[in-house]
Design a protein around this ligand. Structure first.
Ligand SMILES: Cc1cc2nc3c(=O)[nH]c(=O)nc-3n(C[C@H](O)[C@H](O)[C@H](O)COP(=O)(O)OP(=O)(O)OC[C@H]3O[C@@H](n4cnc5c(N)ncnc54)[C@H](O)[C@@H]3O)c2cc1C
Length: 378
């Protein structure tokens, strides 16, 4: 495995970093009402689109860098700038976008993908329902054929970008097989629930969806797919996003705590002079860098050995998302009063970190699957 990036790749990461730091400027990207969040996301997408960031993993045409490893490094750059913008952008472009790539309607697909990768469209993926049904129960969102159309009914509990999306990929069943229904925000029968207030990611717009016989033409059905395999693929894409989100949190937490420890004085000296503070920083850096290696290895395997990449991604997800909580917790301890104030980077990371352990494949389910794989049962 080769961790070296080319000069072209490094230049691209710098371009993403500089543009997004400049965009973040004095904006608070980690909170806001729906219209503010919508504006922030539109602004971020319109900067990321022209530089080719939104094409990564989606369109081979005109990609700024290629391969999952370079894609992960580029994503890590964005996740280091803002947790909320990162999650919103990735769920719109990478998660929704990768589902779109499977659509077999060539011309429509091309047009929609172009809008998405140019940054002119917000997408959302509605998969989970009332519980971790994807693992425990069959999907209850179902399409029923009605002449040339399909009437889709069901409910989705949490959808990132739900309140601001232009298009939704709603995962459900048709003729007993799993598909994604492509549904526009204006479709009759589609209702958005109120915005869901959450513990972290307060700069992300989240709501539920209710679908009451939403009529979808057959041409807007992506699939069908072999159920288990496709749901695993969707979860793997989501897990990759959550892994990188965790890296960004660790990066911000570590850097904030390190800079504070060097500049903040207590008892007549910078707090870095206290050995226990130094130990904490060293544990944080070790965890962060180990998580980074794990994440990059999983990304590299996605190209090199896709069959084995599923379990490796689960291992990386458990490690990285749990490490993010630990690193943010240690950063808060070093930052003490300064960190405990609402809005500090470590405080935000601490609240966001839990989401990574719950969403995608949860830490509990991931551990069961990793154990099954170790026993040769997968
Ligand atoms: C802020 C937020 C945003 C979200 N955004 C989206 C989105 O954009 N799109 C989308 O589709 N979904 C989204 N989700 C849904 C998210 O993926 C689910 O919350 C997640 O799958 C957990 O489901 P649940 O909350 O119903 O937990 P439950 O299924 O009720 O699980 C509760 C507990 O039981 C454990 N458990 C459940 N089943 C098993 C099992 N088989 N083996 C071992 N342990 C088990 C779980 O690990 C957990 O600890 C979002 C959720 C949140 C909180």
């Amino acid at each position: 495995m080769n961790f070296d990036f080319s000069d072209r790749e490094k230049a691209f990461f710098s371009q993403v970093n500089d543009a997004m730091i400049d965009y973040a400027g004095s904006r608070d990207l980690e909170s806001g009402d729906l219209s503010t969040i919508h504006g922030h996301l539109d602004g971020a997408l319109s900067r990321l689109g022209p530089m080719g960031y939104l094409k990564l993993g989606i369109s081979a045409e005109g990609q700024a860098v290629s391969g999952s490893l370079a894609m992960m490094a580029a994503m890590e750059t964005l996740s280091g700038v803002s947790a909320s913008i990162f999650l919103s952008v990735e769920m719109a472009a990478r998660f929704f976008g990768r589902i779109l790539t499977l659509w077999d309607l060539k011309e429509d697909k091309k047009a929609l993908l172009k809008r998405l990768t140019d940054g002119g469209l917000i997408g959302a993926v509605a998969l989970s329902e009332s519980a971790m049904n994807v693992e425990n129960e069959p999907l209850a969102t179902v399409g029923v054929r009605d002449g040339s159309r399909i009437a889709v009914s069901g409910a989705k509990g949490y959808v990132v970008n739900g309140p601001v999306a232009d298009w939704y990929a709603v995962v459900g069943c048709l003729d007993g097989r799993v598909v994604a229904f492509l549904i526009e925000k204006t479709a009759p029968g589609l209702t958005l629930t109120g915005r869901i207030a959450t513990m972290g990611y307060n700069g992300v717009a989240i709501c539920g969806l209710e679908l009451d016989a939403v009529r979808v033409p057959q041409s807007r059905v992506i699939g069908p797919f072999e159920t288990r395999h496709w749901l695993d693929t969707l979860k793997m894409w989501e897990n990759q996003i959550l892994i990188v989100a965790a890296l960004g949190m660790m990066n911000r937490s570590f850097e904030t705590a390190r800079d504070f420890a060097k500049t903040h004085h207590s008892g007549g000296k910078p707090v870095i002079a206290y050995q226990e503070v130094g130990f904490k920083l060293s544990e944080m850096l070790t965890l962060y860098q180990t998580a980074q290696l794990y994440a990059y290895r999983a990304a590299w395997m996605a190209d090199d050995d896709p069959k084995a990449a599923g379990v490796m991604t689960l291992c990386a997800k458990v490690f990285c998302t749990e490490a993010a909580e630990t690193v943010a917790g240690k950063a808060l301890q070093v930052l003490s009063g300064d960190g405990y104030r609402s809005g500090s980077a470590a405080e935000q990371a601490y609240r966001c970190a839990k989401y990574g352990q719950i969403a995608g494949i949860s830490s509990e389910i991931a551990r069961v699957k990793i154990g099954d794989a170790a026993l040769g049962r997968l």
